[in-house]
Design a protein around this ligand. Sequence first.
Ligand code: BTN
Length: 253
Amino acid sequence: METLPVSRAVWCGKHWIHLKEVDSTNDYLKGGDFPDGAVAIADRQTAGKGRQGKNWAGAPTGQALYLSVLFHSMKIGDMGLLPLLCGLAVARSLGKGARIKWPNDVLINNKKVCGILCESTIQGSRVSAVCGMGINLSQPAAFFEENGLPHAASLLSEAGETRPVLTAAAMLLDELEPILEQYRQDGFGPLLPAYQERCITLGRQVQVIRGQEAETAQAVSIALDGGLVCQSDGETFTIRAGEASVRGIYGYA
Ligand code: BTN
């Protein structure tokens, strides 16, 4: 493993590997014995994984970043928060216009430019987490139209910015490392205001979908465990990622 040359991060990405092709960067890190903060980047994934068992479609080489990071010594409670922490890091790396659709889709102009999949993994006696981020960097708008992805976009198509893959990786790790350090030291509390400020879901009417049932509610805040606090008919309740999904009533966000 080499050192990512352009990153300021110290431990996050200190050990990294750049693969031409892999099934999934998440599975690559889950299958090996790597140190805390190890990073895998691939030019191409043959079986990229999305949330809820979906596939994560590939882009032409160089037009998207597929990056996974391994975090050791995690607790089960961390698993609900890691997607939010990664979402905040990605949003910061993409600039002021990037917003987060709870829990962790990153949007520009209400279109999804990044998806995040965090998985836990047990290696010996250690519980670790692998957080995989897929960032659309420079696919043209036509790419998403042609592939039937009307709610997706890239940094180029929405912000007009061309960002090479390894530059995007370094910028992401520069944001991720301080967020993880703060979280490990002080928990989510100090990061909550920054997350809420970026979170496009808050203040909106959302549909909370549990299995076949959908309920309309107002999204009001984010709980300290990463849950989305909602109100409906005078009742306040918190939903957790994985238990229910949230759709905006008008459009994707
Ligand atoms: C989503 O469904 O929104 C999550 C998509 C996560 C995709 C990334 S790409 C890098 C990493 N490797 C994978 O197989 N998935 C994640």
